[in-house]
Design a protein around this ligand. Structure first.
Ligand code: ZN
Length: 218
């Protein structure tokens, strides 16, 4: 079974950082109309494979394990959604220069502790890198890379470039790496375009109508 075939929706990777892409697996507006992209454990596996935090071989093993232990897979999926909202709230606060809540930081720290456990430094051609061998059958192994990505962004200067989409129907987060740091929309083809069309229509309405046009005589 190929993990790619299990994707229930098309994931977006527009944020510029893995942990924010993970937060963006809930579309729409938090507190309003939302769209769930992590509909199943298989979706979580597919997402992780697409961000290259697990290999295809890993993904196939995990899907097999999940079939053997469906109850455990459901718990992992629920935890994934819970952690996603913790990550979202923390970065949504950061984006508006607010402090995340202690409760969210406590959950984050507990998960980061687990994510860093079992890590080791290995020697590679151009230096050293972290490796987390772990148990390749552990259904929750995808949390590790997400939590490490969260810790990395929170402690990096790029934290100050985290933004939330300015749309009133979208809660997506992203790192604003534009030159003037004035990016407002998650995507220009999505929310940016909707805003552009709305602005255009408003301008059209505000323009004074000439007498001939009003009479339909042109
Ligand atoms: Zn948006």
């Amino acid at each position: 079974m190929n993990a790619r075939e299990t994707t229930m929706g098309t994931f977006s990777f527009i944020s510029g950082h893995m942990c924010l892409d993970f937060a963006n697996t809930l579309g729409g507006l938090r507190g309003g109309v939302t769209r769930e992209y992590l509909c199943s454990y298989d979706d979580f596996v597919a997402w992780s494979q697409q961000v290259h935090s697990i290999t295809e071989e890993h993904a196939i093993n995990l899907l097999h394990e999940a079939e053997l232990h469906p109850d455990k897979a459901v718990v992992v999926l629920e935890n994934a959604r819970m952690l996603r909202e913790v990550i979202y709230r923390i970065f949504a606060a950061v984006a508006t220069d607010m402090q995340p809540t202690e409760a969210d930081l406590t959950i984050l720290n507990a998960e980061i502790g687990k994510a860093m456990a079992g890590g080791r430094i290995i020697s590679v051609a151009d230096g050293f890198r972290w490796e987390w061998p772990g148990d390749s059958r552990a259904l929750d192994q995808m949390f590790g890379p997400i939590m490490r990505s969260t810790a990395e962004l929170l402690t990096s200067p790029e934290r100050s470039l985290v933004r939330e989409c300015a749309s009133t129907t979208c809660s997506w987060l992203f790192v604003d790496r534009t030159k003037n740091h004035r990016r407002r929309w998650c995507t220009m083809t999505g929310c940016g375009n909707v805003a552009k069309v709305r602005r255009y229509r408003q301008q059209q309405r505000q323009q004074p109508v000439r007498a001939g046009e009003r009479d339909g005589k042109g």
